[in-house]
Each structure stands twice: as C-alpha cells, then as structure tokens.
Design a binder for this molecule. Sequence first.
Ligand SMILES: *Cc1c(COP(=O)(O)O)cnc(C)c1O
Length: 430
Amino acid sequence: MTAETTGDGVPGFPRQGRGVDDLLDELRSGRGGDADWRAGRTFSLVYNPADPGLEELQEAVALAYLHENYLNPFAFPSLLRMEREVVAMAAELFHGDLRAGRLTSGGTESIFLAVQVARDEALANAGSAAEAPAGQPGGDGRPNIVVPTTAHPAFAKACHYLGVAEVRVAVGSDGRADVESMAAAVDGNTVLVVGSAPCYPFGVVDPIPELAAVAADRDVPFHVDACLGGWLLPFLERLGDDIPPWDLRVEGVTSLSADIHKYGWCFKGASILLHRDESRLRHQFFIFDRWPGGVYGSATTAGTRPAAPIAAAWATIRALGEEGYLRLADTVRRASRRFREGIAAIDGLRVTGDPVAGVFEISSDTLDMGAIGDVMDDRGWHLDRQQGGLHAIVSPSHEAVVDEFLADLAAAVAEHGESRGAAARYGGVG
Ligand SMILES: *Cc1c(COP(=O)(O)O)cnc(C)c1O
C-alpha cells in the first residue's frame, strides 16, 4: 500500500494512488507538531481575527477560485475587477492614486517590486541623460538602497536578487531610523530610501516625513514598508491613537507596501504595492515577445498565479467594512495596552521603545530573555527570539489570554531569578 522509503526514511514516489479518506487521515494525524495558533499561544505567522463567520466566507471564496489562474487577467475579468477594486479601496485608505497599485503574493514580493521599480527607474533616467557619469546609476557604481537596520530582511533579499547594494544604517536608541545618519548614507548611486511603519522587530514607526524629505531633497524615491501596519494604522488613527504620519499624505513618499494577509485579515498570499502615480507603476510591467509563443506580459513576479487570495482579499474587505476593521483594530489595541502595562509592571522587564499597538519586543537590562523564553515555551507559549528580547505580534485571539500570559511571564521571571541565584551559589555565572 505505501511507497518505498528512500534511504532517509522519507517516502519515495508512490506506486499506487490512495483513497481520499486514507490520505486525509494521514494529513490530520501528521499535524500534532504544528503551531496551535487558534489557542492564542503563538505571536506571529497567523494574524487571524478568530471570526468563524469570516473564515467561512474566506473558505467559500477560496473554493470558488481554487482552480483559476490569474496569469492572464483578461481571461478572468471578474478577478481583474476585484484586483482593481481592492487597489482602489486601499488607495482610499492610504490616500494614494487608485490606479497606481497592484496586488502581490505577499510583503516580500511587494518589497522586491519596489526595489526593482526604483532600480529600473534610476537606470531609465540615467540612460536618458546625455551621459551617465561614474557615481550615478547607470555609471560605474552599483545602485544602492539606504534602509534602517530594522528594515525587513526582504529588502536584503531583493537587493541580493537584483544586483543592488543595501546600505543598513543604525537606528536611534528609540529603535527608530536616525534621520541624520540616513541622510549621510545617501550618495549618487542611491536609488531608494526606505522607512517602516512600523518596523517588524520593535513595532515603532520611523520618522517618515523627515526621511521622505531627505530623499526628495536628493531626488531619490522613498518607500514606506507598511507590510505590517498598513491595514492597522489607518484604523488606530480613526480610533484616536497618536499615529505619526506615514502614508501617501506625506510628501516625498513614492511607494508603499501593505500586507492584506496580516492586519488586513485575509489568508496568506495577499499584499499591495501602491505607487504614487502610474508612471512609476509602469516600471513594474514586464513584456516579452522574443519567443515564438506570442506576447507575454505580467505586472508581478509570478507567472501562473493563484486567484484565491485576490478574491479573498476583495471579499474580506467587503465583509468587514470600516466598521469591522475598527472593531478588530480596537481589540488589538486593547490587548496590546494590557500586555504593555502588565510587562512594565514585572520587575526587570520592559517593552523596547514606544511601539504602536500590535507589535512589540519584550526586553530587559538585567535578565536573560532567552532563558525566560525557554520557560515560556515550557508553559506552551511561542515567542520568537530576537537579538535583544522576545517578539510579540498581537492578534484579536490574544485578548482572552492576556492575564494568563502575564502570570506565566511573571512566574518565568521569578523562576529565572531563582535559577540565577542557584547558579551564583554554586559558583556559576548569572
Ligand atoms: C511581514 C513583513 C514583511 C514581509 O512580508 P511577507 O508577507 O512575510 O513576505 C516585510 N516587512 C514587514 C515590516 C513585515 O512585517
């Protein structure tokens, strides 16, 4: 019945097909080690609002579009229409041009395309100049982008793929990009400056207007990475939180990325890259006819392309509406506030910087956060480790577990303190 196994104990190619029930049983029984995000014990990866009605809708929509292919939008005008409507709705939220964006498969792809557009725009501009002197894009120097150290690794990955140099600039003690050092890092080869709203490690928003002004002064495009915050900040702002300016209302911002599959509450595979205007978007298009297969064109990196995330992004936004987004943002905000107050009340712990609701780092000047993370693991919590502490992303399902989490965290700190005391008694290092 089963396949031969390879030398590694991994099943080889199956000789015979198997029944549906049999396979589904195996699939279900194999999931014991998977993160149990529904219980509110994980703090990243799944941002689900724990709304059974919304999940039911998303599953129905996914099923309806499971087999379609968005490689050719003109073959599926319903998807083209939905993509345009999602872009227009997002543009309203971010105060941009309702035609100047496209959906992508995720933040990494949005960022990849932002870097690619910036690089190609610089090359095009240099190419149209009478000459491209060394030290200018198109001259001898490699194009570069200037980003704070807190920028997502997707920028480094994009640069690696695209032959662009990445200049990482140290952030200030508040975890935010340092405007002067960023300005000093910009040179004649810089094709893009980047800020985050907020950054992933600390949840703090970079000084976007100041950074965008630095870029604009030097005629360099400026990208806001709002992959994490794009679908949360507008609603926190409407709820009265003090959100620093970050979107296309800010002069000098030329593009922004915002993941619908994070705080936009869609399932995975949906993000938007929105440019200030269509002239920039045009650099994103790839058109090819030097083969016998006709004209091939695309606006994103994928060829054959899943349709379900596009339909689900559209349906999710329509199902929730502003009212739903406000309600969920408010839940995240309430839970975040309780987490923060509780953490501040535990001796030795603090939250890094001044994060917006939703994401923060738990750090300490005196305690070994890795060891505390281990105790939290033993108690069934899963917090990502960072260089300076433990990382948390708050979703609505955490509201129910804040008190339990804080009690376990306090216990973990106490336990850790005792073990350090014991280590000291036996001559170990604390
Ligand atoms: C998640 C994230 C990304 C990358 O997005 P993916 O969807 O994981 O590819 C980029 N920037 C920030 C700030 C993020 O939080």
